[in-house]
Ligand binder design. Structure first.
Ligand code: CA
Length: 252
């Protein structure tokens, strides 16, 4: 499916370095957002490695140079979706090995959302609490589930969504890339129609800007460039306590 795509990342108002990364590859209809963590700028190394390794592996697959799948194949999703999962597992191994052999890199990790726009659907490989939303017919739907302690508690009915936003545990992830030798990757596939928007973001957006305001921005601004610019501005206007990254694809 045809699409228009744009993205923006910003350090925010409080931090001195930006550990978020994103990449857009319009040629293969692909984008990634990643949010690194780990002291002394190592989050930046982890998210850069995640983006580079994943992008490279996915590019090789789309150019017919890569067939093998790392990890288990999910028969419920397409070959392309399985390749996205495989690429993210490969990135996990790279980051994990780098942290193991370089003492300074220990404890570094990253979230990742790796997204491919296919013929009439899209595929996502997801780890962590960065998010993919689909906006369709005036409604915003969160496609990925946050791998965080509070998201689990909300799911189990132990915590309300409102209390989750105020919880001191809100930044604690249950899964991140590069921290363990192996990690579970959520591989998700869903349909897209002309007129839909796909929005990828790090938590620096959704912890500062409500879903309601994200939706309002999409409906008012319309183009991916204007939407991503405005959403980053909104996060900063709300305090900008974290790095913020937004990628928006509009399906045609
Ligand atoms: Ca963040």
């Amino acid at each position: 499916m045809k699409f228009e795509i744009a993205g923006r990342t910003d350090v925010g108002k409080k931090r001195t370095n930006n550990e978020d990364q994103f990449v857009i590859d319009p040629e293969i209809g692909f984008f990634i957002v990643a949010d690194g963590m780990g002291g002394h700028n190592h989050g930046e190394i982890a998210s850069r490695m995640a983006v580079d390794v994943t992008h490279d592996a996915v590019k090789k697959f789309f150019h017919g140079q890569q067939k093998a799948i790392l990890g288990k194949i999910d028969p419920k999703v397409s070959e392309q979706a399985n390749q996205l999962g495989s690429a993210v597992r490969l990135a996990n191994t790279f980051i994990y090995e780098s942290a193991k052999t370089n003492l300074q890199h220990q404890g570094m990790g990253t979230t990742i959302d790796s997204v491919a726009i296919l013929k009439d659907k899209f595929a996502v490989a997801h780890v962590g609490d960065s998010r993919i939303y689909r906006c369709r017919a005036g409604k915003l739907e969160q496609i990925t589930q946050d791998h965080s302690v509070v998201a689990d508690q909300v799911k189990q009915g132990l915590l309300s969504k409102e209390d989750a936003e105020k919880s001191p545990m809100k930044n604690v992830l249950t899964r991140a890339l590069g921290v363990d030798e192996k990690t579970d990757v959520d591989v998700i596939e869903s349909d897209v129609k002309p007129g839909d928007y796909l929005i990828g973001c790090t938590d620096g957006l959704n912890k500062m800007v409500s879903d309601e305001d994200i939706l309002k921005t999409v409906l008012q601004m319309k183009t991916p460039k204007m939407i991503s610019d405005h959403l980053v501005d909104l996060a900063n206007a709300a305090g900008g306590v974290d790095n913020v990254t937004v990628v928006v694809a509009q399906l045609r």
